[in-house]
Design a protein around this ligand. Structure first.
Ligand code: ZN
Length: 129
């Protein structure tokens, strides 16, 4: 192991799925950052818009964060102080973790319903057409 002068020591982050998120939208995850381990209960629910998922993360101490996970990253928000602190375009760890889960298909994301979504004409095409 070599010792290099590093101005910003990398803090290792990891995520672990404690309880897979079930079809009813409930599960549990653990976010580890350095020596800090935080367990969250996960509750997902369908948001008002067809291209977003609402997620509530509840910490053991009862703190809750509400995340709106949209297929449009600029519409993705979190209620935590970190998300407010980060400027537009940045994402807090909750958003990053949930986006990762979504990419791993561990998070049920809403699929656009076919047929009766006439009020969603402005939504972007989800398949990149
Ligand atoms: Zn957050």
């Amino acid at each position: 192991m070599t010792t290099t002068a590093s101005s910003a020591p990398a803090v290792k982050r990891s995520i672990r799925i404690l309880e897979p998120i079930r079809q009813d939208g409930q599960g549990a995850i653990r976010i580890t950052k350095g020596n800090v381990v935080e367990d969250y209960k996960v509750q997902t629910f369908e948001a008002y818009a067809g291209n977003a998922t609402g997620v509530t993360l509840t910490k053991k101490d009862g703190t809750t964060y509400d995340i709106c996970l949209s297929t449009d990253p600029s519409e993705t928000t979190c209620s935590c102080p970190g998300a407010t602190y980060h400027k537009k375009g940045g994402a807090c760890k909750h958003i990053l973790v949930l986006q990762l889960l979504a990419r791993m298909e561990r998070l049920p994301l809403p699929r656009p319903q076919e047929g009766e979504d006439s009020d969603l004409v402005e939504a972007d095409c989800l398949v990149g057409c």
